[in-house]
Write a protein that binds this ligand. Sequence first.
Ligand code: BGC
Length: 980
Amino acid sequence: MAQDPSARGLLGAHSQTDSHRRRSSDKEDHDSDFESDLDATEFLDREAFTFKSPASKPAFLPRRQWSLWRPCTGRSRCCIIVLAVGLAIWIILAAGGAFVYKKFQDEPPYGQSPPWYPSPKGGIASTWADSYAKAAKMVSKMTLAEKVNVTTGTGWQMGLAVGTNGPAVNVGFPQLQLQDGPLGIRFADNITAFPAGITVGATWNRQLMYARGKAHAIEAREKGVNVLLGPCVGPLGRMPAGGRNWEGFGADPYLQGVAGAETTRGIQSEGVMATIKHFVANEQEHFRQPWEWGLPHAVSSNIDDRTLHELYAWPFGDAVKAGVASVMCSYNQVNNSYSCGNSKLLNGILKDELGFQGFVMSDWLAQRGGVSTALAGLDMTMPGDGLRWANGESLWGPELSKSVLNGSVPVERLNDMVTRIVAAWYQLGQDDETKFPRTRPNFSSWTDDKMGVLSPGSPSKQEEVEVNQFKNVQANHSIIARQVAAEGTVLLKNEGPLLPLTPHGFTESMLKLRRNVLARAADRAANTGKLKVGIFGEDAGPGKGPNYCKDRGCNEGTLGSGWGSGAVEFPYLVTPLEALRDKFDSSKVELHEYITDGPLLDKSSEQNVLSSLELCIVFANADSGEGFAKWADVAGDRPNIDLQKGGVRLIQQVSAKCGPEGTSDVIVVIHSVGPVLMEQWIELPNVKAVLLANLPGEESGNALADILFGETNPSGHLPYTIGKSLDDYGPGAKIMYTPNGVVPQQDFKEGLYIDYRYFDKYSVEPRFEFGFGMSYTVFGYSNLRVDEVKPKSRLPAPRPSPAAEPPSYETAVPDIEEVLAPEGFDKYKLEKYIYPYVKSADEVGLIDSKYPYPEGYNAKQPLSQAGGAEGGNPDLWEVYVTVKVDVENTGLKDGAVVPQLYMSYPDSNEVDFPVRVLRGFDKVFLKKGEKKTVEFGLTRRDLSYWDVEEQNWVMVTEGDAKYKFGVGGSSRDAAVEGVW
Ligand code: BGC
């Protein structure tokens, strides 16, 4: 029987966490309850009553006397018409309103996400044992106020970083400084604007992923940051137009997992805590959080259990295995429970199954309930404010103090929350004051001035101090930024081959090919004797400067990154135009610059120049970002996957007008946040070369020149599929732009079939397949060997017993004295700043009546067989089979190759499998003629699927089940194959 992936994932009605949340201090829920108390029939009756009054004209008046009854004297007919039209509009609106009201009044049942309690305690992994032992000593000395401080942000703009919790001063635990983001230090000066995640994914270079993370962390540490809010592996890229896909590494869990883990290792090698985010299924910006989009609730991503494991949670598993210190839960709901209050996700999957030892932090205001989120596994709330931005009313802070005092949050849970945070701090060596001095950051996120206040979010009067020291932390990180940008540039087309260019223009071989055209051009160019090259498109130039819009929230000039919290202030941005001006030899090449997206004019003077061009390089782009900002019709998510700002028209015009009758060669360069459609121009005969430069960061132009002029041989490969239409990605790939209910429901019905898995399953021909990318040289694959390391077996070894014991503490409810505001507090407290204090015992409440714990709260869940250590059951990470392949550079240039291994599961009548899945890749540099052996180790997890009945990872072993492996240069290029 075919396995139903939803069998265990969409369990039961009414999530415990959510029913719980509704009873807690969630005011927004109350608002919506109030609205739904209105009865639909009452609503209609009121309207019916209103309709009666215009009709109450006295019918008995003789016709002649009608004029005596004049609602609008002297214009009765006109008035009647106006009234009738008004009425008609009213009726339509009322009917529409009633319809919408009817449609939205039924909220879906809260939560199909099952309960998972109690929250597993940290401290079971051997890898963290020392840190937990140290943390236990410190936490055991903390007061209740200190513990609450550590778990709760002090409020939006209450510190210099985007997030700060409270310190535990008496025991020497500092306030932590948390800062975005995944591509550089947000809101900071003198830092590096690295290429975005999607560009990193396109490098397929593990060492570079690590190196970028490490350089990023050096800068963070030197700026005084403890916790970096990155890397980002969610969104995964289910929807190609998803606004934040570019912050992550590509539309495949394996690629995201490797890149997320390498980046985490790189960051943490410098002692900075990494935060893997956003857990989980924050796949679109529309409706991602309450009120941002006018709705009281966030979208619910409804995912079945198998898909959650094999796609969306997969990369988080890699990060946990890599030792990530922190996980950020997302804004959206999953199966109708907010991610940050979803006990199945946080307690069950993350902490039990994946054995996560660090702390779970909320996205900014993603916490939607107080007690419920603590029970569901949240450990730190950020930025501290609760349901509304910057109002200083936390769902934790004093509320958490009270909840612990009145017994609704067990002391054990609070201790675990704090211990996880303190253990992560020790684990990263941040107790070493030579590396992490206990001072505030040396920059302010909120002002560029040297002097400023420490808590600008508070209206209280404060003294100004030095908040910006303008410390330059860039070192030589531009080298890494440039290398990532160059290696993350994907060569999609190169007929001729036209590329690489030389500073003189064309290479010798191109010159030979182009003899005829050149002869004609030579006549025209006789006056200067120079080769004429045109550069087109606003995307080649500076526009109004790289930081023109706040948070980069507009598409201006050349595109170096998307927008939102994942963007930084560019310290500089080398435009393609600058780099090309610099690179072409001006004694041989005459540049003509049309740095605009406007249509090419039909002026004859311009026509003459255009038709004399020998080579045209045209730039176009597509931008998107985080949902809090909108540019043109891009409200976070893109409205489509087209080029923006008239890019298609520009490319077509350049192609038509470049050279005599459009016969000169055109190079198209695209900067983009994700896939763009190319159908309208990719096959134009003179569009000879196409480069997808992704989002290259500050070194944009230099990196592009490295590729165009062949100093770096292109080795980027697509981290997603480029389809021929958005429809080709399948129905699940569409953003929901219009809510389908008061809690928008996004059903991930396509299950495992996103991006190339969808194209492969339904035999859809992409324009460029996932993993595709060309080089200036040629690679050959041969001699694939499959070697068994361990025999196949259906299930992993039993879950091991914990390698260490979580710390144990006093469980008695602390004395209220521990959290009463200190003497004179009112005099120095800052308004809106979040403190842990309660005023008196009267505030505590609930002591006698028991907290209404959610259903399932007392049913202890069985521990997962997939768990047992950091990253899950260690057997899942054991290599069971290796695949070796010889790769040879058979072309004429040195270059790097990216051998990719795709696995097909054995044929099965029982379980539905994708045609192929990525399960290995490497990047190897080969001199021309050189040959190397590449080895891939496949772990048990790589070889398994998530069995929803078994609730475990299962290897296919039935009959003569054979795994198939194909290795080559893309997902559709299995140059060599083998079986196991
Ligand atoms: C984003 C997070 C970010 C946080 C802090 C949120 O809006 O979703 O990715 O880390 O803000 O800036």
